[in-house]
Design a protein. Structure first.
Length: 127
């Protein structure tokens, strides 16, 4: 059985396989942009990890309580996404270099905003 090419790429710190279909739908998985514990890399980058963790927290919170949507909450959700957007765009344009801690924090904040916006879209479409 042939081993998973992404796993090998992460172990060897080679980003070649990170962009291959279908893995780039989940995350780019660039090793230097992922947290590393000993010789084990997380399966997603730090920004995506922050998004997933905060998204899971908000989904669990929503299971046990009601999240009321109003214009203030929706604007807050948009404001929570802006730091991640600015961090990603300025890094992409080469204006500055980001670090994993900043990527995680901006992803964590954006995760809350993205789940709130997803809940808003669901409410609009299905009510």
């Amino acid at each position: 059985m042939k081993p998973n090419p992404i796993y090998i790429d992460l172990i060897n710190e080679n980003i070649e396989g990170a962009y291959k279909f279908p893995y780039y739908f989940i995350c780019h998985r660039i090793p230097e942009r992922t947290f590393k514990i000993r010789n084990w890399y997380f399966p997603v980058c730090t920004r995506c990890l922050g998004i997933y963790i905060s998204g899971i927290f908000l989904i669990i919170y929503g299971l046990f309580s009601t999240i009321y949507l109003n214009i203030t909450i929706i604007l807050l959700a948009i404001l929570l996404i802006i730091p991640m957007f600015l961090d990603g765009i300025t890094q992409l344009l080469g204006i500055r270099n980001s670090n994993n801690k900043l990527r995680f924090v901006t992803g964590f904040l954006a995760g809350f905003g993205l789940i709130i916006l997803a809940k808003t879209i669901k409410f609009i479409l299905f009510t």
